[in-house]
Design a protein around this ligand. Structure first.
Ligand SMILES: [Zn+2]
Length: 187
């Protein structure tokens, strides 16, 4: 069941503090269409009515109900073979995004799974069409990207896979942050 996949990932993102009560969004590809979380819904307690189905290319009466980042999800499905997307606001990763052009994990899992995570959206309106296209382009060669001062977009074949990239990025970012703090204190 589609809803149970959304519920599992939504609940877990919320429990881990990777989204606030009403932020973040999830989607899956359904051929020429996509199923995405409702605008302003709570990922921690998703119900059937919190999912919206609309076109990847075409608008319909459900389009205005979709999550505010619909344009980014659409651009990713158009430009990559992804079948599922997780957008979250992981605090340590977002903190690093203010100063880093890319996040390079130093822990084993992060290195193996993610290699490098680009930070996009420098000098760009975060709602712009250009940024949506830049995110999609980067996700053709990366598993997850960060938008500076905003959050992460991860793409995979399953929601659980994109969720895995999200938690791995946050864990690597937390370690990078701790290492930076230790180095600063030693000086
Ligand atoms: Zn967001």
């Amino acid at each position: 069941m589609l809803i149970s996949q959304f519920q599992t990932v939504g609940r877990d993102l919320c429990a881990r503090g990777l989204v606030s009560s009403h932020s973040g969004n999830l989607s899956v590809r359904l051929g020429e269409r996509l199923c995405i979380t409702h605008r302003g819904c709570m990922l921690g307690c998703l119900a059937e009515q919190d999912l919206v189905e609309t076109g990847i290319d075409k608008n319909d009466r459900c389009t205005p109900l979709a999550a505010t980042e619909l344009a980014v999800h659409r651009a990713i499905y158009k430009d990559t073979p992804a079948s599922a997307i997780v957008h979250a606001h992981p605090a340590y990763a977002v903190a690093l995004s203010f100063s880093e052009r890319e996040i390079v994990p130093c822990d084993t899992e992060g290195k193996l799974l993610l290699s490098k995570v680009p930070v996009l959206g420098w000098d760009m309106d975060i709602t712009s069409r250009e940024l949506a296209q830049e995110i999609a382009k980067a996700l053709a060669t990366h598993k997850i990207v960060l938008v500076r001062g905003h959050g992460s977009f991860a793409a995979g074949q399953l929601l659980e896979e994109a969720y895995h990239y999200t938690t791995t990025l946050e864990e690597s970012s937390r370690l990078l942050y701790l290492l930076k703090t230790l180095q600063t204190n030693r000086r």
